[in-house]
Design a protein around this ligand. Sequence first.
Ligand SMILES: C[S@@+](CC[C@H](N)C(=O)[O-])C[C@H]1O[C@@H](n2cnc3c(N)ncnc32)[C@H](O)[C@@H]1O
Length: 212
Amino acid sequence: MPERLARQRPELADFWDHRFREGTTPWDAGRAPALLYDFAARYESIDGNGLCPASGRRWRVLLPGCGSAWEAAVLSDRGWETTALDFSVAAIAAARATLGDGWQGTLLCADFFSFDPEVPFDVIYERAFLCALPRRLWADYASRMAELLRRGGLLAGFFFLGDETGGPPFAIRQERLHELLATNFSCREDRPVDDSLPIFAGQERWQVWERR
Ligand SMILES: C[S@@+](CC[C@H](N)C(=O)[O-])C[C@H]1O[C@@H](n2cnc3c(N)ncnc32)[C@H](O)[C@@H]1O
């Protein structure tokens, strides 16, 4: 496919490579959001030692479509066993710049839909990933999330809600999100977000979904 056409298709890495390389990244907050710190602190306090009660080990977290990976740096610093993944080479370069050479986590240039982790995750962090995917990939997103999380594992993060017109970012109706995830997940938290970037303002919700 000609490069010019590939750059217009968000299901392809070229689309994102191009945007990272030209510095057009309006989704990039340049920091981890406050609600992530709040979430991490609450779950770390469950067993009193910051460990995952289900495994007795460090929380094992995946950040798919990690982009610049600000949140991966924070979670790793807190002691979480962190895997950050993106299929864009340019995004991975941005993540490497954020994380630095001595980073203790795993940074993977790979496709979310086909990479092969050794064991399921305790937590998958969502931010601006579902809304980066064309709507025809959403059913695959939901089944892949269910496959990658252990039972009782959490899909936690920010969902971009709204009328399903245009994109990216591809907004999703709240009812559709519930339909997508209800097969394998139960909603545990649903809160408004008050520090969204302009591109997401008024349309973001913090949600936590537990894998049944
Ligand atoms: C809108 S950006 C969000 C980046 C980051 N999550 C953030 O909040 O700043 C979407 C990211 O998802 C990545 N992405 C899209 N489809 C992907 C896939 N199938 N596998 C891995 N990464 C993907 C893109 O390369 C891009 O970096």
